[in-house]
Design a protein around this ligand. Sequence first.
Ligand code: GDP
Ligand code: GDP
Length: 466
Amino acid sequence: MGAWAERVAPPGYTGIMLPVVAIVGRPNVGKSTFFNRLIGERRAIVHDRPGVTRDRHYETTKRWGGREILLVDTGGLEPDPDTDLFKSMRVQALAAVEEADVVVLIVDGRAGVTPLDREVAELLRRSDRPVLLAVNKLDTGRQEYHVHDFHGLGLQDVFALSAEHGRGVGEIMDRVLELFPMDESVQEEEEDSGEVRIAVIGRPNIGKSTLVNGLIGEDRHVVDDAPGTTMDAVDSPLEHNGDRFLLVDTAGVRRRSRIHDDVEGFAVSRAVRSIERCHVTLLMIDGTEGPTEQDARLGALVVSRGRALVILVNKWDLVKQDQERHVGVVKEEFERKLPHLSWAPVLYISALTGKGTHRVLDEVRRVYAQFDTRISTADCNRFLESALATHSPPQKQSRPVRLNYMSQVRVRPPTFNIWCNTPEGVIDSYKRFLTNRLRDTYGFEGTPLRLFFLQKRRAGDGAEDG
Ligand code: GDP
Ligand code: GDP
């Protein structure tokens, strides 16, 4: 399954926050066809390899309006014929709602509304995520009237689609981008309360609660596993060298999954909530095993949510001989399996013995400072100038690409707008070059970065430095 990490981190994916879209629908409505159309031919081939299809896939789309979107295929949650279809669909839809910013529900326009469609639409309607209804298999304009059959599902955004022929695909993606305006600066920056919020995530039994208990210094939040008693998020405040921290969702850390028997991937969805509440994520990995596919997936979620990240390689006490050499092995594994997290610092610890754990909060503090870094507009433009002098953007279309002006519009994570004459003309490898150079110049260790390329409006019409 080594190919998985490559699919999580395709070229061009350099730690920039992307909107996450999940595709749901019952079997045979055309989910895979739609998915493959969005990601383009080349990567679709990887997808169809046997053995990888059981899992949910994360994949970036081809670019729409100069932007990429992170797609979640819930195909891995496809019911097998022996299990209850209703139940499987529920789980699929719930996972989609938890992980995605926008859900696309696909139905079969030729089959008409089925009870399953109704069930899922109802469930999605009650979520707080935007839901787009795509009525598929309407291959010609004459079939589009079938769309009306589906208005009864009560979803507002309805589109006629032919995933096979590509009709309607652009409209759906345009709508997704509309829901995620390019100019993120309009988003309120949260007030700085002075405390750094930390989420501890990782697979079951990796040592999360052992670490959390160790950091807090007592066993006081070992919680009862009885259903109903642990549903509320419990946060634990901490102080270290005069800095204030908040460990979020520490009850959730202790809570044993009650659903993961149904779907192994569901544990991931729960981690998303903690990730969304934190500034810095501590992703725990088993030092004796090295990074797994699930770890890569969790890491991708941290990136997609734009959170800072420190990787903790735990159970290091079990690596008895030749730790030095083992570090080399783990490093190689990281490069192979977690290429999308190469900017995150790695600590080797034992939550059980406490070895190395005293450095965790210092590292969190350091990474948070990077996450919260603001570069002045003057420095941004000096940076841009020197980058352009080293490498001018390659020309993709007939029009030469000109990057005019750069400014940082947000912190947490550092987010940059670059104004240019043709955002579509900026190719992925150049984006990657700029991101890498930003890291070379300013560090930014442990924080994802976001770069937005915007069409220049008028001469001299720059952005305000926020
Ligand atoms: P999934 O099970 O939801 O992933 O569905 P698939 O993508 O595997 O598609 C199921 C079947 O529907 C396949 O035979 C597709 O070729 C077909 N299909 C998918 N999209 C369209 C479409 O837009 N028009 C038509 N006519 N057939 C489609
Ligand atoms: P969680 O499910 O991620 O919260 O994992 P726990 O903290 O409950 O730990 C699972 C098991 O791994 C427990 O038996 C721990 O004692 C053990 N464990 C946790 N951290 C370490 C470690 O650093 N070294 C060793 N040897 N065992 C550990």
